[in-house]
Design a protein. Structure first.
Length: 130
């Protein structure tokens, strides 16, 4: 793995210290980091997941919007933030690889530097009451 931009290194350090679930992807869509909160929510540790592309990671999960409509990978917040380079927020129902059903709020933020350089996407999750 090549050296990451300092912005991503610093953001990863911050995410590691947060209790709320945070997942980071680089500009190519490769998984960079999953903090402990996200590991608990996803039912898997970062070491088990490995460095995979967001489409491969997303394929392990099923998503539905609040109306019950199943979401394709391209319709999910992280993929939408990648495609549009705009923030996306959505409340979802998610089935994790371990079979657990969860209601989560997912905010996906494109990471854009001061020079306009695109660094990737930060996904912040919050488990909602069932």
């Amino acid at each position: 793995m090549s050296q990451q931009p300092v912005e991503l290194i610093l953001l990863r350090q911050l995410a590691a210290s947060l209790a709320m679930p945070v997942v980071m992807f680089d500009a190519e869509g490769m998984l960079l980091f999953v903090n402990e909160g996200a590991e608990r929510l996803m039912g898997r540790r970062m070491e088990e997941i490995g460095r995979v592309h967001l489409t491969a990671l997303s394929a392990d999960f099923d998503y539905w919007d609040e109306t019950g409509a199943h979401l394709t990978i391209a319709e999910r917040p992280v993929a939408t933030a990648f495609a549009t380079r705009r923030p996306v927020h959505q409340n979802l129902k998610v089935r994790t690889p371990d079979g657990a059903m969860r209601r989560v709020a997912n905010t996906a933020l494109p990471l854009v530097g001061q020079s306009g350089r695109f660094f990737g996407v930060l996904s912040i999750l919050w488990e909602l009451e069932r």
